[in-house]
Design a protein around this ligand. Structure first.
Ligand SMILES: Nc1ncnc2c1ncn2[C@@H]1O[C@H](COP(=O)(O)OP(=O)(O)OP(=O)(O)O)[C@@H](O)[C@H]1O
Ligand SMILES: [Mg+2]
Length: 253
């Protein structure tokens, strides 16, 4: 039984299949990149898996449990957690407060106790270790509006980790980050718990090749490749749909 099993997932928008019979499985510890041209259906796929969109057909199981019709919140409790392509942080709040909210949400203790979280030793320890893992401790008390965009994206990873995922879906975690700072994101992903299954959407192929043990390519809603990073650049269908210029550039290098 796979940790995450997605079977024959379909979604049509206005008669057009944007998710076209997609099946894939993830096992604990997997590091998978989901790539494909703009509009290929990568974010839609994540939205279907996390319950932010309803599929027209297909199924989603976590650890053998059918979550196809479960709410996003129930899926998070089952260990299925995602980040968003565009940041969703509160500019006036600090990283510590953000992580506190995420931890309290996981514990089912949200709003009422937020004012008092500093008095809760276990919550404070957990906030400290999550912020440490992402190297955000020095700016734990700085308002988000005053921290660099790369650090905001690290904070988003901290927030999803605070939910203690078993499967993590990252939608372009480095999008919008200056290239000098993408290394921070990359290093942070290297420090993720080893047993966590991670599927990352990413356009930067050098990053993809350093991160992934396995690459899945979506084109026009369908999986056209699922295999090793070594094989993907040589695959004729992938070259035609997406990677032609990248692969040619490498050949010439
Ligand atoms: N709510 C919606 N209603 C109608 N069409 C939609 C909706 N959401 C997405 N689409 C369409 O579905 C297709 C897939 O979009 P999606 O955002 O999943 O692509 P993507 O692979 O994530 O692209 P990008 O790399 O640009 O983020 C696109 O053609 C998009 O216009
Ligand atoms: Mg997208």
């Amino acid at each position: 039984m796979s940790l995450l099993a997605v079977k024959n997932l379909r979604k049509n928008f206005g008669g057009l299949a944007v998710t076209d019979n997609v099946s894939l499985t993830l096992e604990p510890g997997n590091r998978v990149a989901l790539i494909g041209p703009n509009g290929a259906g990568k974010t839609t796929f994540v939205n279907l898996v996390t319950g932010h969109l309803k599929p027209d057909a297909g199924s989603v199981h976590i650890g053998g449990v059918d979550l196809t019709r479960a709410s996003p919140t129930r899926r998070v409790h089952a260990g299925l957690v995602r980040s968003f392509q565009v940041t969703r942080l509160f500019p006036e709040m600090t990283p510590e407060e953000h992580v506190a909210l995420a931890v309290l949400q996981r514990l089912g203790r949200s709003a009422q106790v937020f004012a008092d979280y500093r008095g809760m030793d276990e919550v404070m320890d957990e906030i400290g270790s999550v912020l440490d893992l992402l190297h955000l401790t020095p700016i734990a008390h700085t308002r988000v509006s005053d921290i660099a965009y790369g650090q905001q994206r690290l904070l988003e990873i901290a927030l999803v980790l605070a939910l203690r995922p078993r499967v993590l879906l990252l939608d372009e975690p480095a999008a919008g980050v200056p290239s000098t700072d993408t290394v921070l994101i990359e290093k942070a992903l290297e420090r993720l718990p080893p047993e966590l299954a991670v599927l990352m959407i990413e356009h930067d192929m050098d990053f993809v090749f350093r991160f992934a043990q396995r690459v899945i390519v979506l084109a026009a809603g369908a999986v056209i490749f699922d295999g090793t990073p070594e094989a993907v650049a040589a695959d004729p269908k992938v070259r035609e749909a997406y990677l032609g210029s990248y692969a040619d550039g490498r050949d010439g290098a």
